[in-house]
Write a protein that binds this ligand. Structure first.
Ligand SMILES: [Fe+2]
Ligand SMILES: [Fe+2]
Length: 397
């Protein structure tokens, strides 16, 4: 998963940017105009400050919102999932491994290969590294995403070695995803361009903070979330591949591209689950889709913290937006894609609530695009920001 790339669309719909962005003082929170102000509501609880977690806000916790009788739907889909979802996993022996793309430490040529990697990475700009590090940190918080999938009623892995199709999927999906963070982490380490200790600290903070996707133990909400996220990560890794190529690092482009192709396969699986739910329970599924979009899709690493910058995620997101790696337009594009993929506009026979949800979802894309255009028009000139991940060097935000 995990956007991945980690993204909050409101991150770039800011009414104002920090005034002093030249130094550490940017840590102060700054006001945001978010899409939530027009298309949704939220109530937040301020979490107590603890030495092992950063100061974070999470939403009011809602649990087990799916009616218990609907658990039967997922039980009845066991065989369907075996034939239609598990087929999107790749046999381990056919999977690429991080070592396929890294210097072989047992080879005579190891030091030369590392030298070459470091030479290539010298051509990559700092802002590109900020985005790549943010993507890598997002991938490295994988324990959180497996936990999130195992919060979902009716599909969770009840034992850790459950033989249901749902549990088999979740474990194998996690195992596939685990290669993403490993590969990016090792590449970054060998490049010598980034402060590994600060990155490792950020990962520890992030896994300790968890995530707040607001999926309420509800697999309808959960699989809508993962459908969105897999596509978001496919887009962002695809864009870092393109940029690496433009900067002349073809091997890194290959690394980002191969990760993007996994994300695409995962997107196919998750969108198929929701397609099936639309077939079985169109009313419940369209209500879940509208609910998730009203709450907005928070990005998996939205609670990231490096021990210094209280708005690290927003700052990382701003750089990703500026480089075109993941943007507000991508958020709207993903939604538009999903609405089309699931043929939401063609649903018939819905309840009056279902009809309202259908209208909401089908008219949301142009509203998001308008909000984005207004925010872009209002946006102030760019400033600079220091990132601990690159030894406090400044990049434009
Ligand atoms: Fe993924
Ligand atoms: Fe991934």
């Amino acid at each position: 998963m995990a956007c991945r790339l980690a993204f909050r669309p409101d991150a770039y719909l800011c009414a104002s940017r920090p005034r002093d962005v030249g130094g550490r003082s940017v840590a102060a929170r700054y006001p945001k105009v978010s899409m939530a102000s027009t298309v949704g509501t939220s109530s937040r609880i301020l979490m107590p400050k603890k030495p092992f977690t950063p100061p974070r806000e999470v939403h009011e916790q809602i649990t087990h919102s799916m009616p218990s009788q609907k658990i039967e739907i997922f039980k009845s889909l066991e065989d369907w999932a075996k034939d239609n979802i598990l087929v999107h996993l790749k046999p381990v022996e056919k999977c690429w491994q991080p070592q396929d793309f890294l210097p072989d430490p047992s080879a005579e040529s190891f030091h030369d290969e590392v030298k070459e990697l470091r030479e290539r990475s010298k051509e990559l700009p700092d802002d590109f590294f900020v985005v790549l590090v943010g993507d890598m940190i997002t991938e490295e918080a994988l324990p959180t995403y497996q936990t999130m999938l195992n919060t979902l009623d009716g599909v969770r892995d009840e034992t850790g070695a459950s033989t249901t199709s749902w549990a088999i999927w979740t474990r194998a999906w996690t195992a596939e995803e685990n290669r993403h963070g490993d590969l990016l982490n090792k590449y970054m380490y060998l490049s010598g361009r980034v402060d590994m200790k600060q990155i490792e600290r950020t990962i520890q903070y992030l896994i300790g903070s968890g995530m707040d996707p607001r999926t309420e133990n509800n697999p309808y909400l959960g699989f809508i979330y993962t459908s969105f996220q897999e596509r978001a990560t496919f887009i962002s890794h695809g864009n870092t591949a393109r940029l690496a190529k433009e900067h002349g690092d073809l091997k890194l482009a290959q690394v980002c591209g191969i990760i993007a192709s996994d994300e695409k396969r995962h997107e196919t699986a998750y969108t198929k689950i929701i397609e099936k739910l639309f077939e079985i329970d169109p009313d419940g599924t369209v209500l879940a889709f509208a609910d998730m979009m009203k709450k907005k899709i928070s990005m998996p690493a939205h609670l990231m913290f490096d021990g210094r910058d209280d708005n690290l995620f927003e700052h990382f997101s701003t750089v990703a937006q500026r480089l075109g790696v993941y943007t507000a337009k991508d958020y709207a594009d993903i939604l538009e894609f999903l609405v089309g993929r699931w043929k939401v506009g063609e649903l018939t026979g819905l309840s009056s609530e279902g009809n309202k949800a259908q209208d909401f979802v089908c008219t949301l894309v142009p509203r998001i695009r308008r909000l984005d255009e207004r925010a872009q028009a209002r946006s102030k000139p760019a400033g600079k920001m220091r990132f601990s991940w690159i030894y406090d060097r400044e990049v434009m935000i």
